[in-house]
Structure formats: structure tokens, C-alpha cells
Design a protein around this ligand. Structure first.
Ligand SMILES: NC(=O)c1ccc[n+]([C@@H]2O[C@H](COP(=O)([O-])OP(=O)(O)OC[C@H]3O[C@@H](n4cnc5c(N)ncnc54)[C@H](OP(=O)(O)O)[C@@H]3O)[C@@H](O)[C@H]2O)c1
Length: 282
């Protein structure tokens, strides 16, 4: 089984597939999930300061015995740490929690607060070697304005993306910057309705895979980076078992019919204000 890589706009190669650890409690649960994933061959973990499990990811990395350069770690800065002069010290704390001296990919988690100031510090962190690649998450407003001011163009944009909401327009907007799309809620957050879509069930039968594997392979064919969350070893194995087949163009067209514009999460001004009030622990 050979996993695939995406080349970022700075030339670095990122494992296209990984494990997301949103809502996995820190400590044993995160350590066990990451160790199990590493054992299966996963080499990419997606965490965030806000998930408050960076320590568990760092501990698993250490316990795994894997070489640092063989594992890709993405984490995200929360808005309460945004600002020039404020984000760099927050990055130093992340490095400590992750027990590493560099982060592979660091994202601005939300587009609220002083994200332009934070980006300046993230650019400095790249110059200092503390971060290899930088990107954004959940950005939608004034994207062109942000991009015009950014010296380093985002290597990745992480947003909700699944067959109901394939982010076709956003991908077109980001193409000129070579920005990779990273899919969150890639399995619709485990939504049974999506996992039982007749088109996916039919394709699962055709390829002798599960509907979840068909969706994950669809992300791979779409050139999205994808890191489904699971703590279930069976699902973990199943999710990674998607590199021995590909979907035909005709079957990709069938999956495209699921595009209904349905999103599982939409924020508003009130929600964004809440983001600035809640501060994750150090
Ligand atoms: N940037 C952002 O704002 C943002 C927001 C949300 C998520 N994310 C990132 O994206 C990652 C993935 O998103 P997510 O965790 O919310 O949603 P998801 O990966 O779409 O779905 C996770 C759910 O699907 C279930 N599942 C996993 N594999 C399955 C399988 N093979 N068959 C059936 N069910 C399966 C999991 O349950 P079990 O654990 O029981 O398997 C879990 O309930 C996160 O962990 C995080 O890293 C980022």
C-alpha cells in the first residue's frame, strides 16, 4: 500500500492522508490513537491548540520512536493568540507542548481578530525555522485582501469539505497561489445519511470497499488533503486502506451529483465573537 503526497507551494511534500484528533481527549486517548495510527503507517496528524491535545500528540511522537522528519504535524493558532509580537511566543509554547523543535504546518484556525498581525509572526517563525509551512483555516471573507498582504502565500486552506460540499469555487480561487485544500468533516462528521447515500453504497459494492472508503478515496482523487478522525482501530485501519484502488472518471461524476451545498457547520458573527472570548489552556 503506497500512500500519496501533495507538493505544497514551497516545494515540501506532505502526506495527503492522516489522522485528525479533534474531540479526542488529551492524554491516553490521544496517545493511543496516534500510536495506533503510526503503527498502521499513518504519517500525518492534524491537531490544534484549541483541541488541547497537542501534548498527547507530542508524547505519541516521542513514544513511537519514529524519526521526526518522517511524521507531518499540523497544528493551529487560536484567535486569542493572534497579533504581531503575540503569536511568536504562542508558537514557542506549541513547540514545547508538541516536544518538537519545528511544526510542519501551522494554520490560523479562524478568520477573526488580528489575523494579519498573527500571519506576520508566522512568517517570522518560518524564517526562524520553527515552522516549515503556514496556512489558513475557515477563511472566507476578504480572502483576496489577505492574500495581497501576505508575503508568504498560504500553503494550505483547511475548510469543511465532503461530497455534499466539495468547495469547487474556493479551489478555483486558490489555484493561482498553489494552495492545497484540506478537508475537515471529510466524512460529514460521521453522518449516517452521507455514509448511506445510495450512490456511495453502490460504488462500495462495485469496488469491494465501504462507503467511508469511497468518500476518502474521492478526497484523494480530488487532490484534497484528508485526515478523518477516529479512535476506533477498525475504522482507523479501514480509512487508511484506500491506496489500492482508484475511482474512474465516470464514478467521480456520479459522486459529483451529491453536491447539494449542504454544510454541517456554519458560523455567524455571534459565533465568531465567542471564538475570541474562549482561550484554550497553555
Ligand atoms: N479547521 C477546523 O476548523 C476543523 C474543524 C473540524 C475538524 N477539523 C479537522 O478535521 C478532522 C476530521 O473532522 P471530524 O473529526 O470532525 O469529522 P470526520 O472525520 O468527518 O468524522 C469523524 C466521525 O466519523 C466516524 N468515523 C471515522 N471513520 C469511520 C468509518 N470508517 N466508518 C464510519 N464512521 C467513521 C468517527 O467515529 P469513530 O471515532 O467512532 O470512528 C467520528 O464520529 C478533525 O479531527 C480535525 O483534525 C478541523
Amino acid at each position: 500500500m503506497t500512500q500519496t503526497y501533495l507538493t505544497l507551494n514551497n516545494g515540501l511534500k506532505m502526506p495527503q492522508f492522516g489522522l485528525g484528533v479533534f474531540l479526542v481527549p488529551d492524554g491516553k486517548a490521544t496517545i493511543d490513537a496516534c500510536l495506533e495510527a503510526f503503527k498502521l503507517g499513518y504519517r500525518h496528524i492534524d491537531t490544534a491548540h484549541a483541541y488541547q491535545n497537542e501534548r498527547g500528540v507530542g508524547e505519541a511522537l516521542k513514544q513511537s520512536g519514529l524519526k521526526r522528519e518522517d511524521v507531518w504535524i499540523t497544528t493551529k493558532v487560536w484567535p486569542t493568540e493572534y497579533g504581531e509580537g503575540k503569536t511568536l511566543p504562542a508558537i514557542d509554547k506549541m513547540l514545547k507542548r508538541l516536544q518538537t523543535d519545528y511544526i510542519d504546518l501551522l494554520l490560523l484556525h479562524q478568520q477573526v481578530g488580528d489575523y494579519n498581525g498573527a500571519w506576520k509572526d508566522m512568517e517570522k517563525a518560518v524564517a526562524q525555522g520553527k515552522v516549515k509551512s503556514i496556512g489558513i483555516s475557515n477563511f472566507k471573507e476578504n480572502l483576496e485582501d489577505f492574500l495581497a498582504h501576505a508575503t508568504i502565500k498560504p500553503a494550505a486552506i483547511q475548510v469543511e469539505c465532503h461530497p455534499y460540499f466539495p468547495q469547487t469555487e474556493l479551489k478555483k480561487r486558490m489555484a493561482e497561489f498553489g494552495t492545497v485544500l484540506e478537508s475537515w468533516y471529510p466524512l460529514g462528521h460521521g453522518d449516517a445519511h452521507l455514509l448511506n447515500e445510495p450512490v456511495l453504497v453502490e460504488l462500495a459494492r462495485k469496488y469491494a470497499k465501504t462507503p467511508a472508503q469511497i468518500i476518502l478515496r474521492w478526497h484523494i482523487e480530488e487532490k484534497n488533503s484528508v485526515f478523518p478522525k477516529t479512535t476506533n482501530p477498525q475504522h482507523m485501519k479501514e480509512n487508511f486502506d484506500i491506496f489500492d484502488f482508484s475511482l474512474s472518471a465516470e464514478d467521480m461524476t456520479k459522486i459529483a451529483t451529491l453536491n447539494s451545498g449542504k454544510r454541517y457547520f456554519t458560523d455567524n458573527l455571534e459565533q465568531q465573537q465567542r471564538f475570541t472570548k474562549w482561550k484554550p489552556a497553555d
